[in-house]
Design a protein around this ligand. Structure first.
Ligand code: GLU
Length: 420
């Protein structure tokens, strides 16, 4: 793992490259160069052994010119201020790219949720939400799941936030978070949304490049919500998953690994390295396997200058945020490998978050078919706009996706003007 890579620098370099291309207005560039608000909180949690432990969390709100701040909350031991700041920047551009009425933010707590009991996690989530107070809100800043959090975490955040409001006003606050469980107001299709969106983007790319997804092989790094759903949908289209890596190790089977069986095995508490009929390989061998499609769906900084040279895939579809460092990306480019960047490839999650927010505001629930259909329209459009810019400006998908996003943001500043 490339732990110490400065992520905020990476995010800044990425969007500033696009800003240069597009000759972005100097004032807008200045505004975007730092987040609007950076909230860091130390908060105490009573552990099961009665000791009080202090945790550190952040909520960083980068920009809200296009709408309320939006972005996930991560529980992970690697969370720090720099990481959350970069992730907040990426949310601004991701929401702008797909045309959502949202800005960008991100939150995180430095904790390994696997080491906490369910009671401890509940108390941590409630205390962090309470500490955030009115820095989040259904029309102001709307969190969602990210690494280490899930629909249940969101239900707890919602409940804590609602309980701090006036009794008569509580039910109007349901959309303070998205990615909730269905029972408390979540949307059908939200759980698979990031994986589904990734496959829509990959399908558009495949169509444009005469690449047969139904016959391809792929590998997945990170077998959580994003990795599993992307793999499962691709498998249903006929593709074959031949390798998987997660924090416990790496497995390989050239004849294909059942996405569903592996998920069930893993959910029952078994490490993927014990899954039947698979060869356990060294972690450093994983990226070099002969696959057509590589899906990094774990953490940032996984593809870097020391390992990018080994990659044999034709296309890398970034399910994770920031999985490829600047140096790693340059190596992939020299090798002619296409990167479908995070902003585009993983924006299905926040898009269905927007659908959930809309459903909550109108107290309705859309059928799954409607969610998928609307998601496909948005993903297809974002792909088409990005691909068009790639051709027009002779640039890569990442830079093109930032250009599409920056155009929307800078038009909004032009039209609204800069206060006062
Ligand atoms: N955490 C997800 C992301 O990075 C989803 C954010 C959201 O739904 O607000 O895109």
């Amino acid at each position: 793992m490339h732990k110490k890579y400065p992520l905020y620098k990476q995010a800044t370099q990425q969007w500033q490259k696009a800003a240069d291309f597009f000759e972005l207005d100097r004032d807008v560039r200045t505004i975007l160069s730092e987040p609007k608000n950076e909230i860091s909180i130390n908060f105490p949690v009573r552990m099961d052994n009665h000791e009080l432990r202090l945790f550190r969390g952040h909520r960083i709100q980068h920009n809200n010119i296009l709408g309320p701040f939006k972005g996930g909350i991560r529980f992970h031991p690697q969370v720090d201020h720099d990481e959350v700041k970069a992730l907040a920047v990426w949310m601004t551009f991701k929401c702008a790219l797909v045309g959502l009425p949202f800005g960008g933010a991100k939150g995180g707590v430095t904790v390994d949720p696997r080491e906490l009991s369910s009671g401890e996690l509940m108390r941590l989530t409630r205390r962090f939400t309470h500490a955030l107070g009115n820095n989040i809100g259904p029309e102001y800043d709307i969190p969602a799941p990210d690494a280490g959090t899930n629909a249940k975490t969101m239900a707890i955040i919602m409940d804590t936030f609602m309980n701090a409001q006036n009794t008569t006003n509580r039910n109007a606050q349901r959309h303070v978070v998205t990615g909730k469980t269905l029972t408390v107001g979540g949307s059908l299709g939200r759980e698979k949304a990031t994986g589904q969106g990734l496959v829509y983007v990959l399908s558009s790319w495949a169509k444009e490049n005469n690449f047969d997804l139904s016959k391809c092989t792929f590998s997945v790094q990170g077998y959580g919500n994003v990795g599993y759903h992307a793999a499962n949908i691709l498998e249903k289209m006929g593709a074959s998953m031949i390798a998987v890596q997660d924090h416990t190790g790496s497995i390989f089977n050239p004849d294909g690994i059942s996405t569903e069986d592996l998920k069930n095995f893993n959910l029952s508490g078994n490490p993927i390295v014990e899954f039947e009929n698979c060869e356990v390989i060294e972690d450093h061998e994983f990226l070099g396997l002969p696959v057509d499609v590589l899906i990094p769906a774990a953490l940032e900084g996984q593809i870097h200058e020391e390992n990018a040279g080994k990659i044999q895939a034709k296309v890398v579809a970034e399910g994770a945020n920031g999985p490829t460092t600047i140096e790693g990306e340059n190596i992939l480019k020299d090798k002619g490998i296409t990167i479908l960047p995070d902003l585009l490839a993983n924006s299905g999650g926040v898009t269905v978050s927007y659908f959930e927010w809309t459903q909550n505001k109108t107290s309705s629930q859309w059928p799954l078919e409607e969610v998928d259909r609307k998601l496909k329209i948005i993903m297809d459009q974002a792909y088409a706009q990005t691909s068009q810019i790639c051709k027009e400006m002779k640039t890569d998908f990442r830079t093109a996706s930032y250009i599409v996003a920056l155009r929307r943001i800078s038009y909004a500043y032009q039209e609204r003007g800069i206060f006062p």
